[in-house]
Design a protein around this ligand. Sequence first.
Ligand code: ADP
Length: 956
Amino acid sequence: MTGINYRDKYLELEEKYKQLENELKMLKSGKNNFPVSTKKAINDSQVIGKVPPDLSNIVNCYLISFKYGDDKKFHILEINKKVEEIESVNRNELVGKCINETPLAKRKKLNELLNHINKHKIPVSVTGDDSEGFYVGFILTSGHIIIIWEPGRDQKIADEIYKQSVLFHEFAEFMPEIMYEVDLNGKVVFGNKTGLEFFGLTQEDLDKNLSIADLFPEMADDMLRNVLALNSPGDILINEYILKSHDGIPTPIVTRTYPIFHEGKKIGYRGTANDTSKHKNIETEVIKQKAFIENLVNSTTEAIVITDPAGRVVMINREFHKLFGYTFDEAINQNIYDMIVPERLKDDAIAITKFITPYQQETRETIRKDKFGNEIQVSLVATGISIDEKIVGNIAIYKNITIEKKNQVLQEILYNISSAALTQVDVDKLYPLIVKELGKIWDTNNFFIALYEKKSETVSLPFFSDEKDSFNEIPINKTITGYLIKTNQSVLLKENDMRQLEQAGEIDLVGTDCKVWMGVPLRVENDVIGVMCLQDYNDENKFTKDDLNVLDFIANHIAVAIQRRITLDNLITARQKAEDAAQSKQLFMSTMSHEIRTPLNEVIGITNLLLQDNPREDQMDFIKTLRFSGNHLLTLVNDVLDYNKMESGKIVFEQTQFNLNDFLDEIMRSYSFRSKAKHLDFTIKKEGDLPAEVIGDQIRLNQILSNLLSNALKFTKRGGITVTIKELERKNKKANLQFSVRDTGIGIPDEMHEAIFESFTQASADTTRRFGGTGLGLAICKKLVELQGGKIHVISELGLGSTFIFNLFLEVPDESVKANEVKTVESYSYVGLEGKKILIAEDNKINFFVTNKFLTGWGIIVTHAENGQLAIEKIQQEDFDLVLMDLHMPIMDGIEATRRIRESSDPKIKNIPIVALTAAIMSENHDKIEKLNINDYVLKPFKPHDLFERIKKHIR
Ligand code: ADP
């Protein structure tokens, strides 16, 4: 209330008046001297201005304006409300009056100021002190005088007190607590809204000078006595009273009272009162909440620790104690990093707190250690606790995941063992792998796997590792291993348990005593195939019940893995055996065929000789039939062998040129005789133009047709058999020739049309009994046709006959003569080899006899060697124009002999033409023959002109 701002306002207004005044002055052209004394100044000027009425409204401080009247007296022009208030006057009684006629005449100092307005400011108090403030006067250009009042020190203090109390009251209205002010006598000067409401009072009640004695009759004395102790500023008194609230409920109230001072004198009290019943409830609530949270924290299965920002433990829960072994007292205030973080992970652990914020958790899997130094795999969730965005601590939640991890490792182990069981070739290689895998969870220094041989009641040790003992075999009787096998039980035995079992006569202890023995049976389904065991010589707590369960679980898988491997090994061995057996069978067949074919060749050879010797006409047919039967028998032997060969995929087809006409004549000759014998017609029909010469496997074609014709003959009683050949197509010099064999026999039921081409299948169950046969013929035909790119099928109707149709692709040589052109076999002339020297290497006397007969008949000079070695010797001694080499011979076979000849340094020997004589149309020798560097070969039994041609072609 310095008034200084108002003064500025006055000056501002005055500025306006000045302007007005100047304007007037200009009008009057008079001079204007600013007055030294009020009176003079007023005298000198024409008074025009006056305080505008709005000024009083703007200004709410003390403001009076005067006019210096002609009567030399000061007349009151205007007073404002403040003046009315301060001077306790009424405006209407003052305005327009001379000051002397008003109560203001008593205001000595005001009058003094008016008379000496140039003094500007004088104290109100007659003693001249500032206790009553100051009058401040201004003279306006209008000559009017304005007096305002400035407060003095006392007023300022009072103001200050007032201001404080206003502040206090206003502030108090916002407060949720009860706030009050009482004077020294206990009169309630102020109570805030909360207070009034609490006690059920109104402002009006307070205005009626309500005292604390009125409010709390029984307690007022105490209260006043208590506050007497408050003697200096800053003292605070805290009291607890039970006061009745508006609804009559006694309520615990805590008051905090402090004194208010003025000029060092205590003038009253202010304070706050709290209804502590609420606090009490909150306190109980907080305690409840705390207990709730503590319970919650303690009942989780996660270990929880709260630390301050420096890492000191503030709280741990029960699980933390369980997991890490520290009690609450041991843990509190300790550094968490020192307690549970392994040295090597400390930096990492400390770094975690850097990542976390109250909004962000840090999660990871890591390792911590317990009080005893045991490492534990844990999952960790760390988060910050913050108050006002500031981290005040950290919470870390740990979960023991050692078992989870172990399970993970277990899965891995099982996978590795199972897959090894499938891929490892040898079961013995599986055991070290099992040990290596189990080493991931246990110390396997003392570990063995024992396999139980039921029949012999023995146990073998495919894997045994022990620090103290060494066994190759465990006697099953009365060992723990045996006990396990017998009882089909998993056991975890400590030293004592073993003793007890020994005393009970269940086991006899062998080897060095161990502290703990953990063993499980290896079971496959209900069979115990062995035992797996881990031991420890030092720590009886090395393995737990959990370990036993795990080992048991693994054992089941390992048992299956071992069993599977053993089974696989057995299968492999069995397959090997089967392969060996198949090979020996083939060898047997090959040998047998040779044995059978040799005499057959002789029969056929001699038959050929007889034919050569111009037999009588009536003998001719017999000899030819003899030759046919020989050939048929030979085909039969070859059938069996062939089928084996074809089964093993080892068949190779000849690609030699032959005359189709000759071939068909031969067929005609063979089968017309046999047909005639059964009174059946036999016809060969050549349809259209056929190539005369073709390249292919004549023997195989013969084999196919022979099979079909034999069947036709076999299954036909009347009617006839017709063979038809026609060329379906010619492409790239390949003739697609179709052969069909039609009979008027018993026919084949529809449902058997496909099955009869399977091996060992016949159309009806009594076929063999009625017609003989093996069911192999058609299977061979089908294979032979298909392997050469052709197809075979049958068209047949039961009782009407069957037609077997197949096609083959045969190459047609360039200068092919038409097959239909007549060419007689019999007119062949054997000339051109007379005087040539040929060595026949042949061990079989009859074969030599036959061959020799032909060769000498053709004028050839023949030398005989009985085996390969003799042949080589003969060649070294004599010159020959050609060697006919049998491949199968004792001492040295034709293959070896040929090889040696071809390796000779003497060009004469080295280049000697060799034509092999071989009964083996089978492929087992085919490869060898290819590699031999022979010039040609003739199959036994040979056709004379074929042999002649080959010799003639190669002889030197
Ligand atoms: P096999 O004649 O040695 O029994 P095949 O494989 O040659 O064996 O013939 C299988 C079966 O097909 C014969 O047993 C017979 O039941 C039937 N079959 C073959 N050819 C004829 C045919 N021309 N007429 C009637 N049935 C035939």
